[in-house]
Unconditional design. Structure first.
Ligand code: FRU
Length: 507
């Protein structure tokens, strides 16, 4: 019974644990972003929104302030927390790659987002096609510059980051078709406005006015514009950027305001990053290298995008409200689930309790019955013992009475042996009992009637006398109460099968 109680209890505990565990997130995803800027905030928002469709995923996010060494440390510490998957946007490929490789070789699936690594130690990649971005910018310049020669300055992002490398390659390859279009100078703007402004200023001062400045992102393009306005305020310099983000003061606004001439879109697709992560974690098929498309946005396109973005903002706001509602509903559902599990568990516990109590009761009854039976058996045995001892006493009493009777009877017969009048009447008188009683007792104790008993005792005494005395048969016959020797002889013969004459040896 104990075992069944323990088993039931364990089952209930497991049931409760299952109920509770169904509330917890199933997969931990660690995200390492290289920096915190508008582009990445957009990507993070996209990821957060997508998570609503994947409640089993839980994100832990760290951003490295554009510091590769810090990002390596952050990745290592994220890995220490044993995530189910790692998403990384590496600040610089060569510097951050070892940490990514360590995580990958530890068996953690790695999704590289946006900036790529050079090696192969990753599970999937989601990001823009930077070579295509560079080529598209080149294409734009070739199509929009009608003079023979075109001088271009390039403000690059961090030299160690793959977008910087590939955007440059794309631009150079794209311009290669026309030898009059060339990149005259390059500078490292580190992906940010301020360094780009400083570097652009240096270039303008050193090399003079270019026809185009290609900034590898819009932020650096805005910085370059500030430099151009300072150095060549009355000159026309075309500045092209990359990203084309909507939002206050970002690329699209800059195009609308004439700060930038155009920008190549560079999609972040945080939603696709999460979908890919989810597919990897749940063993579904996924595309390993997802290169996102790009398109050129000029002023006309920028106005359209800004308007579209404003409309989108309303929708996004609605989506945010819906997000909150969904989160609230999810919480309510989780709570209700817990209540249901708790109720079922309580009911189960009560049922188990009842079963246990019932079984205890049955067990008690059985023990009680068993005891009752034992008590009764003992009682019966005691009664039987008492009866037996009474019977024994009675038998003993009877035996001693019989003994006494026999003694008296024998004594009477012995004493009156010679008395020929000794018969049933005289004997019953002497013993103070009726003739019938005398007959019954004698018969019961000796198996013969009193008359036969008297005769056989007389004959046995006669035999003793025949053997041990010199008395004659006649004398002996009289001595043992016979009235004649002949009758003694006859009776003696009947009893001993021998004649007294043959016993009595002649002297
Ligand atoms: C943001 C950013 C974007 C650029 C991308 C390249 O940090 O600099 O402007 O397109 O990163 O990874």
């Amino acid at each position: 019974m104990k075992r069944s109680i323990i088993v039931s209890f364990v089952l209930v505990v497991l049931f409760i644990l299952c109920g509770c565990s169904s509330q917890v997130q199933h997969y931990k995803i660690a995200v390492s972003q290289c920096s915190d800027d508008a582009w990445r905030r957009k990507m993070n928002e996209e990821m957060e929104r997508e998570l609503l469709f994947h409640p089993s995923l839980q994100l832990t996010l760290k951003q490295a302030n554009a510091n590769s060494a810090l990002q390596c440390k952050q990745i290592d510490s994220l890995v220490m927390e044993d995530p189910d998957l790692l998403i990384v946007s590496p600040n610089e490929a060569d510097e951050v790659e070892p940490a990514i490789t360590r995580a990958y070789l530890k068996g953690i699936p790695v999704v590289i987002a946006d900036r790529k690594v050079n090696g192969n130690y990753y599970t999937a990649f989601v990001g823009g096609d930077n070579y295509a971005v560079g080529k598209m910018v080149a294409q734009y310049i070739l199509e929009h510059w009608d003079k023979k020669n075109c001088t271009i300055y390039e403000i690059e992002g961090l030299p160690g980051s793959t977008p910087a490398v590939w955007r440059h390659k794309g631009l150079a390859d794209g311009l290669a078709s026309n030898s009059h279009f060339y990149i005259e100078a390059q500078a490292n703007g580190e992906w940010f406005e301020e360094p780009a402004y400083k570097e652009a200023k240096k270039l303008l001062l050193a090399y003079g006015k270019p026809d185009f400045i290609v900034a590898q992102n819009d932020l650096m393009g805005i910085g370059a514009r500030r430099a151009a306005e300072e150095i060549f305020p009355d000159e026309v310099i075309h500045i092209i950027g990359v990203d084309a983000l909507t939002g206050n003061g970002l690329g699209i606004d800059a195009i609308c305001d004439g700060i930038l001439e155009a920008s190549a879109t560079y999609a972040s697709r945080g939603d696709l990053v999460i979908q890919t992560a989810e597919a990897i974690l749940s063993g579904k098929p996924f595309i390993r290298d997802n290169y996102l498309g790009t398109t050129m946005i000029d002023r006309e396109g920028a106005y359209a995008m800004r308007q579209y973005a404003e409309e989108m903002e309303h929708r996004v706001e609605t989506i945010r409200l819906l997000q909150n509602k969904i989160s609230e509903l999810n919480e309510t559902i989780s709570l209700q689930k817990m209540v249901v599990y708790a109720s079922i568990s309580i009911v189960l516990l009560i049922v188990i309790l009842f079963v246990v109590l019932w079984r205890v009761n049955v067990y008690r009854k059985r023990v009680h019955q068993e005891r009752e039976r034992t008590r009764r058996t003992i009682q019966e045995q005691q009664q039987r013992l008492e009866m037996m001892s009474t019977e024994l006493a009675r038998v003993q009493a009877t035996a001693s009475a019989a003994d006494k009777f026999m003694q008296q009877l024998m004594r009477e017969i012995e004493v009156r042996m010679a008395d020929t009048d000794l018969n049933v009447n005289t004997l019953s008188d002497a013993l103070h009992i009726s003739r019938a009683q005398l007959f019954r007792k004698t018969k019961a104790l000796t198996g013969c009637s009193p008359v036969d008993l008297i005769r056989s005792i007389r004959l046995k005494r006669g035999q003793q006398m025949l053997l041990n005395t010199d008395e004659t048969i006649q004398q002996i016959a009289y001595a043992v109460g016979f009235t004649s020797a002949s009758y003694f002889t006859k009776c003696y013969k009947d009893l001993f099968n021998i004649s007294p004459c043959d016993v009595k040896r002649p002297k």
